[in-house]
Design a protein around this ligand. Structure first.
Ligand code: OAD
Length: 283
């Protein structure tokens, strides 16, 4: 398996130059510079030691949870206006409508099951840990299907639907039922301050420092089932390239930023992700 870009005929000289520069720098201590990382990543076709996976709505599509955008115009945001449902301003203006939207999504989630793609990533994480490597799994999804499939330490950069947060005391609690404007915060007793523990448009995604550090330490960046339309996640592939990581897109339709990936695998996640995981583990 090769995630590296195939060298075109004319690239040989450039490649040799990079290798020779890498050799000259080889004895420099720790914290490899970007160029070292780039050359070493392309030189070494063995199993990556540290993989950074970013998932989006597409990985949960076959579990029955809708995606937001697709090439057929059937995504959630083709039917509903995100500015009226997923912004702090919308919540301030019309909390009942916003809460009802997330209630519906929470009920759908509680009836959904992880699919073969979620299970394959859990298997990958476990196998990498056993081999002394590391899988960083960052998701834009607010569902808990990665966890239910067995993945540990999932980073939910857009929050978690099965939790509620109090705008008053900022306590975060598991929340499986509907949320109403009259609900009382179990921590501070304030009524009307609970909201889904999710990130809305215009808010800062969660755990960005941790994500940035993990990306810099990885050998391989893989984006699965995301349209590459929403930042900052859509910018991770460019950051990964700048750090010399190999990059791979696994998607149903090519993402908006598809041109930035070294490799692309198109198809349903329940097929493409287990196949990719098998290849990685077979070395
Ligand atoms: P999108 O809905 O924008 O994109 C879904 C992606 O999944 C598309 O590239 C599809 O081709 C792909 N896809 C659909 N079915 C698939 C399948 N069975 N297998 C593999 N891929 C499939 O979802 P995200 O990129 O995750 O944010 O959206 C990013 C953010 O935009 C979301 O977190 C959400 C949304 O607005 C907020 O609500 C703040």
């Amino acid at each position: 398996m090769s995630f590296g870009r195939k060298l075109a005929d004319g690239d040989g000289g450039h490649y040799r130059e990079l290798i020779s520069e890498a050799k000259n720098r080889y004895h420099r201590p720790a914290a490899a510079c970007k160029l070292d990382r780039l050359v070493l990543a392309r030189k070494t076709p063995t199993m990556p030691q540290s993989i950074f996976v970013l998932t989006g709505a597409g990985i949960s599509a076959e579990s029955g949870l809708g995606t937001f955008r697709d090439k057929r115009g059937e995504g959630i945001w083709a039917k509903f206006d995100p500015m009226k449902l997923a912004t702090p301003e919308a919540f301030a203006r019309d909390p009942e409508t916003v809460l009802a939207f997330y209630d519906l999504r929470r009920r759908n989630l509680l009836n959904a099951e992880p699919n073969a793609a979620h299970r394959a990533l859990a298997r990958l994480g476990q196998a990498m840990t056993e081999r002394g490597g590391r899988l960083t799994l960052v998701t834009q999804n607010i569902d808990d299907l990665h966890e239910r499939a067995g993945s540990a330490r999932v980073i939910h950069m857009h929050g978690e639907l099965l939790k509620a947060r109090c705008d008053g005391c900022v306590a975060v609690r598991p929340w499986l039922g509907d949320l109403s404007v009259s609900d009382v915060c179990p921590d501070c007793g304030r009524a009307g301050a609970l909201r889904p523990h999710v990130v809305w448009f215009g808010e800062m995604p969660m755990r960005m420092g941790e994500i940035d550090r993990a990306l810099r330490k990885a050998d391989l960046f893989v984006a699965i089932g995301t349209s590459g339309a929403v930042y900052p996640a859509a910018g991770f592939v460019a950051d990964a390239r700048a750090c010399g990581l190999r990059t791979c897109e696994i998607n149903l339709d090519a993402a908006d930023n598809a041109g930035l990936f070294d490799e692309q695998r198109l198809g349903p996640a329940s097929v493409t992700v287990p196949a990719w995981v098998d290849e990685v583990l077979d070395g």
